[in-house]
Design a protein around this ligand. Structure first.
Ligand code: C2E
Ligand code: MG
Ligand code: MG
Length: 748
């Protein structure tokens, strides 16, 4: 899968903050712009107001001026004015009582006076300080400031009947304006006249100094301030709303997303993800994501459980033996490795026990695989029951089991092995149709944890012990001793293995030796027993050296075939002397093999009239009685007699003997030794021999090495004898039969 690359990305918060910052910036810019606009508008409005006010003020001034003019015109047409100009004698009186009489002059006219044609006042005008001392006025009319008042001085020239003169009015201008004009725009009270010069100016020039204040400027200002505040509040409100939106957004989207991320992180790290992280979401899309995620998680969880289950099953399949449910060889090797590292440097003893079912192959072949499987299952169960709860039993193959017991001394290992044997003895195999006892052999290798050998070495030691345990006459439990290693070379010699392979594949190296079996009644060689040896460049291998290999590799059938082929050749080439009988040894598997039977038939054909004997061991016959009997019948029809070999080395049960389809019983060398040893055993064996003879069997005593033994077996009633006394197994000599006869007659 393409490796996951993480691209650069910024957190959601960053985008939110940027959004808010942009929003604030936008609002600030918009706010400033709006405020500026408001200010400009306010200014424009103020200017407009001001110009309108100025216009109004100019209009008021104009109207006031016209009013003053018309007042002056009116006075100029007044006949009393004409009379005064012509005769000013009572001028002062007239001015006081007629001109300033209540109602003649409006209030805003502060003073009025008449001047003669030379421009001098007609008389002392009273309030002389307001009226000019001389006319004509320049300019006319004129305005000047007197303290806080604006005084308008207006001159009207009057012509009457050859007399001319001037009328001058002094008017309080602001009062006159107020009396003449109703202002709508101008705030007259706020008109500042301080800047108007004290020197006379024309009314038209007044606007240069008079600053007119529009009446409603304050309202406007107030309005504008309100607008500004409103804009500021709006911006504040929007910013607040933005922040609230941010919080809301964060609560609604960011938080759930962060939770989902945490949830996924937990999942990714294989930690248990709390379901609290995936709560119901009010946002539809998030809720969809949440439920899909949960669904997906549930599916993943199912898949994981399924996978775990499959893994467990696979693991068990890989590490457990399907037949017995015990652990298999793979588990054995893995556990051993773990154990090694666990025990490293510890001072404790461990015991390696190897279990093997005796004659299992025979049971399997005789009673069928189903029974064989059941025997294996029962064996496994029985052994397992005897182990401590934590100790594992491994099936290494076939009927071979092993266990490793920690902190187990020699004594403990022996006890355990005995318990296993006892458990097997207690098992009732007759329910499976097996009437012979099914026994275990147990090989034990002991080791110290701080000096552990390799597994293969430990197994080899246990194998060696097993080999010893399986030897006839032993107690079926054997603990490996260093002395056994001498046999090891023998057992596992690669040369011997090579020799076996050569014999089986190419028929090479097989060397048949023959040992006479003597008929004690006729004192003649009844049979020559064919005993195989294997020869290579180094020398001869004896049966004890290579048969364990043949058996360990389950090559009995092939090996028997090779021997029979060799015998056939010897028979054809006339190596075997005269018409002496020939005795052949057959393995259990050989007896049951069709191919071996075919070869036996060929051999019988080549033997012509020579008596033929098949030696079959007691164990073979017991464990495969049914099949063996059929095969023996077949062999008998071919002309073979059948001998039970090594009687007394195994079951030695007379009960079985009666059911065995044989003519000859060959007593094992150990029986001969017991006869020679004397005592009750001799009597017992002699009794058995008598019984067997009476039952019609012929009997052979094996291992006759001296005259004493010979005379004792004669006394005991044996019909035949075999042993070094008559001859060692050897290659046949042309005269060997004659010599044998001579030696027999000598010994007799
Ligand atoms: P077995 O059939 O019981 O053969 C007799 C064994 O006793 C032979 O050992 C023989 O050398 C030995 N023997 C004979 N006389 C004496 C004696 O006076 N004293 C002592 N101590 N031993 C004596 P060998 O040749 O080593 O054979 C051992 C076993 O190997 C045989 O026991 C037989 O079971 C098996 N065997 C030998 N040749 C063959 C064969 O061609 N085919 C098969 N299937 N088994 C064979
Ligand atoms: Mg034999
Ligand atoms: Mg024998």
């Amino acid at each position: 899968m393409k490796p996951h690359t993480r691209r650069f990305a910024l957190p959601l918060n960053f985008y939110l903050y940027v959004l808010v910052a942009l929003l604030v910036l936008l609002l600030v810019v918009f706010g400033l712009f709006t405020l500026n606009e408001v200010e400009n508008t306010a200014k424009r409005l103020e200017e407009l107001e001001r110009s309108l006010a100025e216009e109004e003020f100019s209009l008021a001034l104009e109207q006031t001026m016209s009013r003053v003019e018309s007042l002056a015109d009116e006075l100029a047409h007044w006949d009393e004015v004409h009379q005064q100009l012509q005769n000013p004698t009572y001028y002062t009186y007239w001015k006081m009582h007629r001109l300033h009489k209540q109602g003649t002059l409006p209030e805003f006219v502060l003073d009025a006076g008449l001047y003669d044609h030379q421009g001098n006042p007609l008389a002392n005008n009273g309030k002389q300080e307001l009226l000019p001392s001389h006319v004509p006025l320049v300019p006319n009319p004129q305005v000047r400031r007197d303290g806080r008042h604006l005084l308008l001085t207006y001159e009207k020239i009057i012509h009457t009947d050859g007399v001319s003169g001037s009328l001058v009015l002094v008017v309080e201008l602001m009062q006159a304006i107020r009396a003449t004009f109703a202002f709508s725009r101008v705030d007259l009270a706020a008109v500042d006249m301080e800047r108007v010069p004290e020197q006379p100016v024309t009314p038209q020039e007044l606007h240069r100094w008079i600053e007119v204040q529009p009446r409603n400027t304050m309202v406007q200002k107030e309005f504008m301030t309100t607008v500004q505040h409103a804009v500021l509040r709006l911006i504040g409100g929007i910013i607040f709303a933005g922040l609230a939106l941010l919080l809301f957004f964060s609560f609604l989207i960011r938080k759930p997303l962060v939770r989902i991320r945490q949830y996924l992180n937990h999942l990714r790290q294989g930690e248990p993800a709390s379901s609290k992280l995936l709560k119901y979401q009010p946002v539809a899309e998030l809720e969809e994501i949440r439920s899909s995620l949960q669904e997906y998680h549930a599916q993943l969880e199912n898949a994981r459980q399924d996978l775990d289950e499959r893994n467990r099953t696979l693991w068990e399949l890989a590490h457990k033996d399907p037949l017995t449910g015990t652990w298999n060889r793979r588990a054995f090797e893995r556990d051993w490795k773990n154990l090694r590292s666990l025990l490293e440097g510890k001072r404790m003893e461990i015991a390696f026990l190897l279990f093997d079912c005796d004659h299992f192959k025979a049971i399997n072949d005789s009673y069928g695989h189903e029974v064989g499987d059941e025997v294996i299952r029962v064996t496994a169960r029985r052994i397992q029951q005897m182990l401590r709860s934590g100790d594992r039993l491994y099936r290494l193959g076939g009927d071979e089991f092993a266990t490793i017991v920690i902190e187990c001394s020699r004594h403990c290992a022996e006890k355990l092995a005995e318990r296993c044997l006892q458990a097997m003895r207690e098992e009732d195999f007759s329910r499976l149709g097996i009437h012979e006892p099914v026994n275990l052999s147990i090989g034990i290798a002991l080791a110290r944890a701080d000096d552990l050998p390799d597994l293969s070495e430990l197994k080899r030691r246990a194998d060696m012990a097993m080999y010893h345990a399986k030897r006839p006459g032993t107690r079926r439990i054997c603990i490996h001793e260093p002395g056994m290693d001498a046999d090891r070379g023998m057992l596992y010699s690669s040369q011997a293995i090579h020799a076996v392979q050569q014999a089986i594949r190419h028929g090479q190296g097989i060397e048949m030796h023959y040992q006479p079996i003597v008929d004690l009644e006729g004192d003649q060689v009844a049979y020559l027993e064919a005993l195989v040896r294997l020869r290579d460049e180094e020398g001869l291998f004896m049966p004890a050296q290579f048969f364990p290999i043949v058996e360990a590799h389950r090559l009995e059938e092939e090996f028997d075939l090779a021997i029979l082929q060799a015998l056939k050749q010897e028979m054809k080439s006339g190596v075997i002397p005269g018409h002496t009988g020939l005795s052949l040894n057959l393995s259990a598997n050989g007896l049951l093999s069709g191919r071996v039977m075919e070869l036996l038939e060929e051999l019988a054909y080549h033997a012509q009239n020579r008596p033929l004997l098949l030696e079959i061991t007691e164990n073979t016959l017991i464990t495969r009685l049914g099949d063996a009997t059929r095969q023996i019948e077949l062999a008998r029809r071919m002309g073979y007699d059948v001998a039970l070999d090594d009687f007394g080395s195994g079951y030695s049960s007379l009960r079985y003997l009666a059911s065995m389809p044989v003519e000859i019983i060959k007593f094992d060398i150990s029986m001969t030794q017991r006869i020679v040893a004397g005592g009750r055993e001799r009597e017992m064996i002699q009794g058995i021999v008598r019984m067997i003879r009476q039952a019609g069997y012929r009997t052979v005593a094996e291992g006759i090495e001296d005259e004493v033994a010979l005379s004792l077996v004669r006394q005991s009633g044996f019909t035949h004898a075999q042993g070094y006394l008559f001859g060692h197994p050897a290659r046949p000599q042309p005269q060997s039969a004659q010599e044998t006869r001579n030696s027999l007659s000598g010994s007799a």
